[in-house]
Design a protein. Structure first.
Length: 340
């Protein structure tokens, strides 16, 4: 079946047009069953794939080094295997209309077939990370790595600043979107029109839901947690997207030779099966409120990561990819946005 007639392509074309859809199909690795599914229904896996493609495109628009990398891939006939996207949340009740912590994200992922795949204490950062994998195609559809920051582990002044900032949060999930998510959860699929209605709302979840922070509150946060300072300006935007590559060490050397802003070291998990590195975070201009009105300040935005995953030991004659993460690796990667 040609992917020209697939419901995934039809849904994305409705949203972003044929040119942008063609480009995403050209550069991203998509499981053939999803890429060619003629429908008529859009499966939960196809909705998950579409969401990841839209979020990947959004990250490229915000991270110039990632855009350059992907353009070079297209030029050279190479593809990108989007391994996972990372999102930061705050484990705090009373954040305006927004659910606390990872629930603000997982509530929309569950109907798409996602389930918890691992939990990782990030003690140095006073955070907890959790990976969520898509059950139908765990190795082929990108995971979500969702971290929660724990404000109660910081000073009272810090906690008060977090409360002031997050209390203005809006809930982007509309009643119509909730109905469609429930339908997707129950039936496992939607029509193309329904999927096209739902996806913009799902994308909007991955953004900042609160108003601009005051400069004073931002500086309070920055003194104790660069990660929370980042959340105050970027919210739950994709912190990074990740290309799964065969040899991350070779790729890092190639990217450094090209002058790309590559992290100095490659991180290796305790198992030795997961190796990661990244570009340095993009610098972005953000507004801050002051007694004299809004001012702009340059801060760290998002970045782009690379990962190599080796197979797990063979079990019952089957070999699966190691889809785990590593707390030490993750905390080192988080430093990409620490120098704000």
């Amino acid at each position: 079946m040609s992917t020209d007639t697939s419901v995934l392509r039809e849904t994305l074309t409705k949203l972003i047009g044929s040119d942008r859809t063609d480009k995403l199909f050209k550069v991203l690795v998509i499981h053939p069953e999803i890429a060619a599914d003629p429908g008529p229904k859009v499966s939960r896996a196809a909705v998950a794939q579409a969401l990841n493609m839209l979020l990947f495109e959004d990250l490229l628009a915000r991270v110039p080094a990632a855009k350059t990398y992907v353009e070079h891939c297209i030029r050279d006939g190479k593809t990108v295997m989007h391994d996972h996207g990372a999102v930061r949340t705050v484990a705090l009740a009373g954040m305006g209309a927004l659910p606390a912590g990872q629930e603000s994200i997982t509530r929309i992922l569950r109907p798409l077939g996602y389930a918890l795949n691992g939990e990782y204490p990030l003690e140095r950062l006073k955070m907890t990370g959790r990976s969520h994998a898509q059950a139908d195609y765990p190795e082929d559809i990108a995971q979500f790595f969702i971290s929660e920051l724990h404000p109660e582990r910081f000073s009272p002044e810090f906690q008060a600043a977090v409360q002031r900032i997050t209390s203005t949060s809006k809930d982007p999930v509309t009643p119509e979107a909730k109905e469609l998510l429930e339908k997707l959860h129950t039936n496992g699929s939607l029509s193309v029109d329904e999927a096209a209605k739902l996806l913009p709302t799902l994308v909007s979840v991955f953004a900042r839901q609160h108003t601009e922070p005051t400069l004073a509150d931002y500086e309070i946060l920055l003194a104790e947690s660069p990660e929370m300072a980042w959340i105050s300006t970027e919210g739950s935007a994709f912190n990074h997207a990740t290309d799964r590559v065969p040899d991350v060490d070779q790729l890092a050397a190639e990217q450094k030779a090209l002058g790309q802003p590559m992290k100095a070291a490659v991180e290796t998990s305790q198992s030795g099966r997961v190796r990661q590195t990244a570009y340095l975070a993009a610098r972005v201009q953000r507004n801050f409120r002051t007694p004299d009105g809004l001012i702009q300040k340059e801060v760290n935005g998002s970045f782009y990561e690379f990962i190599t995953r080796l197979p797990l030991p063979e079990e019952d004659g089957k070999q699966k990819l190691d889809l785990s993460f590593d707390s030490s690796n993750a905390q080192a990667i988080f430093k990409m946005t620490a120098n704000t």
